[in-house]
Design a binder for this molecule. Structure first.
Ligand code: 3PG
Ligand code: CO
Length: 550
């Protein structure tokens, strides 16, 4: 248990609560075109930005523990940084290191999976997102593992590859699938066969999160394990022909199975080994559960449950120890803000809708499931719509705002943490008009929350985990729009590299800190800032607060 926090030397606790509002995927855009935040009518945000202390916080690359500043931020690393007050080397970096140093391949889990496949004359399967997005996975990790599997004497490798188009260009799948199929053909010989066996868009199969829609995982199971679905001769052929027929963007492409003369080339069978090569936990937990659970599994009928050795790229849940076997140990994130506040007796309320509920709880607390204290913490999940978000762009922001306002008025909680998924979940659809709508709906909700904060004499901190809605059109390196064959600009579905706002609306400002905020910091500074506004000194090794003496 950590030590309780000490009273702040110059910042006094306010009458009302501190409300930390994460506007998921809302950054400061740098282009005139394609910035849905700027294009939206956001009266409250504009007014607060004009009248309150504010700064921009870094939310990508090394500032959030990613390998380089070419890596865009994401919600896992973003919420880790915000909730934990420091920056830890994250999954993308740890896996890269483990592969480069060879440690992964010396480990017991890797050896066990290789031996299992060899002893049973079985197949080694890889399931995961095929791109260089570096949010859930990286194609280079997959390639390195296939090379090692061949060296280690495995005879058959099959890949179950998901199209990304969400952390990379919306129609970039062939940039990853074609070279991968070429690489697999190249590495295959008389004693070694490696092929893509199945696939589909990541929002269609396998990668559901927070139990929002288990039918996505069911479809993935049917595709990868049972080999059920439309048959094609190669992934290239599948993608080209499904694109033609459905006009779906990559993340929504229907599932496909690769077959030779009507026989799927890579169903998952008894005696095989399976590696889920995604390193991030949220979208890896459900499919892992489908592989690991016994007869008690009741999410869907698995029809056939092969006896396999299963491993995840990482431990996806450090508390529940899921999966049982994994290749890389996750970052040891300790002494999070919530833990300190519990030790100090501060009551906390966390809320979002399903799509980001785990972000504001599990990711926020350093990928920890469950609370530090049942008495002091409340978690509220508002069920998300199960429809494409461009069809319901407001999402559940009004419902979240209702609950936040009720909680502010109730006066019981000192800290309220909330996540509005709008900028991110609608941003990922690439539908500009929907994102504009979404921002306006969120702004209305923020306006209502601001009023409640004002009445209660509290503080509202507006910030974000990374950008997305601020950058909705692809630009080339020179900064020009990328134009598609039909003459329209190409939508951008992935996160941006932009910094995010940090706006502090302090209803009863007492002049106890400078209204000029410290510049040049990253989102990990939000923890110390929040703790300060609750009237406490942040732990010494936390990244610096944006608040300073007058
Ligand atoms: C997703 O999982 O939806 C994207 O890959 C990343 O989005 P998030 O980091 O905002 O959750
Ligand atoms: Co996102």
């Amino acid at each position: 248990m950590v030590e309780p926090l000490k009273k702040h030397s110059f910042i006094q606790k306010r009458r009302g609560p501190v409300v930390l509002c994460i506007m998921d995927g809302v950054g400061y855009g740098k282009y005139e075109t394609g910035d849905a935040v700027k294009a939206a009518m956001t009266e409250t945000l504009d007014e607060l930005a004009a009248s309150c202390p504010k700064t921009a916080l870094k939310a990508h690359g090394v500032a959030v523990g990613l390998p380089s500043d070419d890596d865009m931020g994401n919600s896992e690393v973003g919420h880790n940084a915000i909730g934990c007050g420091r920056v830890f080397a994250q999954g993308a970096k740890l896996v890269g290191k483990s592969i480069d140093s060879g440690r992964m391949f010396e480990g017991e889990t890797w050896q066990k999976l290789m031996n299992n496949a060899k002893d049973n004359d079985g197949t080694l399967h890889f399931i995961g997102l095929l791109s260089d997005g570096n949010v859930h996975s990286h194609v280079d990790h997959l390639k390195a593992m296939i090379v090692k599997a061949k060296e280690g004497g495995v005879k058959t490798v099959r890949i179950h590859a998901l199209l990304d188009g969400r952390d990379v260009g919306e129609m970039s799948a062939l940039d990853f699938f074609d070279p991968t199929e070429a690489f697999l053909a190249d590495i295959s010989d008389d004693n070694f066969s490696a092929r893509i066996a199945s696939g589909g868009g990541r929002m269609q199969i396998t990668m559901d999160r927070y139990q929002a829609n288990w039918s996505i995982v069911e479809k993935g199971w049917a595709t990868h394990v049972l080999g059920e679905g439309e048959l094609f001769a190669s992934a290239h052929e599948a993608i080209v022909s499904l694109r033609e027929r459905t006009e779906a963007i990559d993340q929504d492409l229907p599932p496909f199975v690769i077959a030779d003369e009507g026989v799927p080339v890579g169903t998952i069978e008894d005696g095989d080994s399976v590696i889920l090569f995604n390193f991030r936990g949220d979208r890896a937990l459900e499919i892992t559960n489908a592989f690991e659970a016994g007869d008690e599994f009741d999410k869907f009928d698995r029809i056939r449950v092969p006896k396999v050795e299963y491993a995840g790229m990482m431990e996806y849940d450090g508390d529940l120890h899921v999966p049982a076997q994994y290749l890389v140990t996750p970052p040891a994130i300790d002494r999070t803000m919530a833990e300190y506040l519990v030790a100090t007796g501060v009551k906390q309320y966390s809320i979002s809708e399903t799509q980001k509920f785990g972000h504001v709880t599990y990711f926020f607390n350093g990928n920890k499931t469950g609370k530090f204290s049942e008495e002091l913490e409340t978690y509220v999940e508002v069920p998300s719509d199960v429809v494409p978000f461009e069809q319901r762009p407001a999402m559940k922001c009004a419902d979240i705002a209702d609950k936040v306002i009720e909680t502010i008025q109730g006066g019981e909680y000192e800290l309220i943490k909330l996540n509005f998924p709008n900028g991110d979940m609608v941003g990922h659809t690439g539908v500009f008009q929907a994102v504009v709508c979404s921002m306006e709906a969120m702004d209305l909700s923020i306006g209502r929350i601001k009023k409640a904060v004002q009445e209660a004499g509290g503080v509202l901190i507006l910030s974000a985990d990374h950008g997305n809605s601020d950058d909705m059109l692809e630009h080339n390196k020179k900064g020009d729009l990328v134009i598609k064959e039909n003459g329209k600009p190409r939508a951008k579905t992935s996160h941006s590299l932009n910094p995010v706002p940090c706006i502090i609306y302090d209803a009863d400002y007492k002049g106890d800190y400078s209204e000029t905020l410290v510049e040049g910091l990253g989102i990990s500074s939000l923890a110390a800032t929040t703790i300060n506004l609750l009237g406490y000194e942040a732990p010494e090794d936390y990244d610096k607060s944006v608040l300073q003496k007058k």
